[in-house]
Ligand binder design. Structure first.
Ligand code: SF4
Length: 343
């Protein structure tokens, strides 16, 4: 049994993950066939397995897509060349990229078109980094740590700095400061590439840390923002562990400790709740750092498909009084947790 338990807000699903999960759920409901998804729709093992059980096949290359299939592109963003290849093969293609990842793609395009070389701070082989670097492969240079800045091949010309949206502020800031010293005219986007969900969750664990001995972060090993939360706490000299299920609690030896629980942006609510129940605290408090209200609408193609389907149903079954506008707009009142429960 733990002593005081602080349940941190915000935690868990961000607006981009909400949108992507709901979009794939809509796809399963609209198209009665296998849905292919490029990359894991979000980086969470439980969610990926849930969709696999419902006839979603996750693929890693256009070569894996049968011709004429229905395809969804994941929340992490897809390199333009790959997207084009998929376009040539798929019958229907819906892009569930998070708008905040699209923002980074636009910046990469804009800086490249203005003749700048781009330093991109991110994690090698992470789906988001792979997609972003594919926007301008000849002018983008991946940097994972500040020491890498010495090894990139930029000679002369103007330089810009971009980042993966889910970095820990503690890994991003030293690289940004070093890059500014090396390139005094360094160009950067006016608004940080680290997304609101990443920074809000990190600020919350920074603020709760003085109250506790340990911070538990719920999420999968593949989730960059989850690992960034653990790194943020450890950077403060506090204990932090990433866990994915109740079975992992026992080994952490938390008896009598004050504990905070948070979750990465792709961790489902019910797993967080099971972990909270299993911790069985003497006292529970809610630690609300920020209230998030962001909502990202479904991808345009999907909105159009849902409206067309509703129009068709209205024509065939007028007695059902379907309002096509309402069926799309109702999405705002439907949570990803409810979407997953409906499968
Ligand atoms: S973590 Fe940020 S960038 Fe990634 S899906 Fe969520 S809101 Fe979008």
């Amino acid at each position: 049994m733990v002593n005081n338990l602080y349940i941190v807000t915000p935690r868990g699903f961000c607006a981009g993950v909400e949108m992507a999960i709901k979009a794939l759920t809509w796809m399963l409901k609209i198209y009665d066939e296998t849905i292919y998804c490029y990359h894991e729709i979000v980086h969470n093992d439980w969610i990926v397995q849930k969709f696999k059980n419902k006839n979603v096949k996750f693929i890693e290359s256009p070569e894996d897509l049968p011709s004429g299939s229905v395809l969804m592109l994941s929340a992490h963003g897809t390199a333009p060349k790959i997207e084009k290849s998929f376009n040539d093969i798929s019958a229907i293609q819906v892009n569930a990229v998070c708008p905040l990842v699209t923002k980074v793609h636009h910046e990469a395009k804009k800086f490249t078109e203005s003749g700048k070389q781009i330093i991109y701070v991110g994690h090698k082989n992470h789906d988001e980094a792979t997609g972003a670097l594919g926007v301008a492969p000849n002018s983008m240079h991946l940097v994972e740590k500040k020491e890498d800045l010495k090894n990139i091949n930029i000679t002369g010309g103007e330089v810009a700095l971009l980042a993966q949206t889910t970095l820990a502020m503690s890994e991003w800031e030293p690289i940004m400061e070093s890059a500014k010293n090396i390139y005094p005219n360094l160009d950067m986007p006016r608004k940080s590439d680290l997304c609101y969900a990443t920074t809000n969750r990190q600020e919350a664990v920074i603020n709760v840390s003085p109250l506790v001995d340990v911070v538990i972060v719920v999420g999968s090993d593949t989730s960059s923002n989850t690992k960034a939360l653990v790194a943020t706490v450890k950077n403060l000299g506090k204990e932090s562990y990433r866990i994915n299920s109740t079975e992992e609690i026992e080994a952490l030896n938390l008896t009598g400790k004050n504990v905070a629980v948070t979750a990465g942006a792709s961790a489902p609510d019910h797993i967080v709740q099971e972990i909270i129940d299993r911790l069985n605290p003497t006292k529970t408090e809610y630690f609300e750092n920020t209230n998030e209200t962001e909502y990202f609408p479904l991808p345009k193609q999907l909105r159009s498909d849902i409206t067309s389907l509703s129009n068709f149903l209205l024509e065939v079954f007028p007695e059902n009084n379907i309002d096509p506008e309402k069926s799309v707009n109702k999405d705002k009142n439907w949570t990803a947790t409810e979407a997953l429960s409906s499968l």
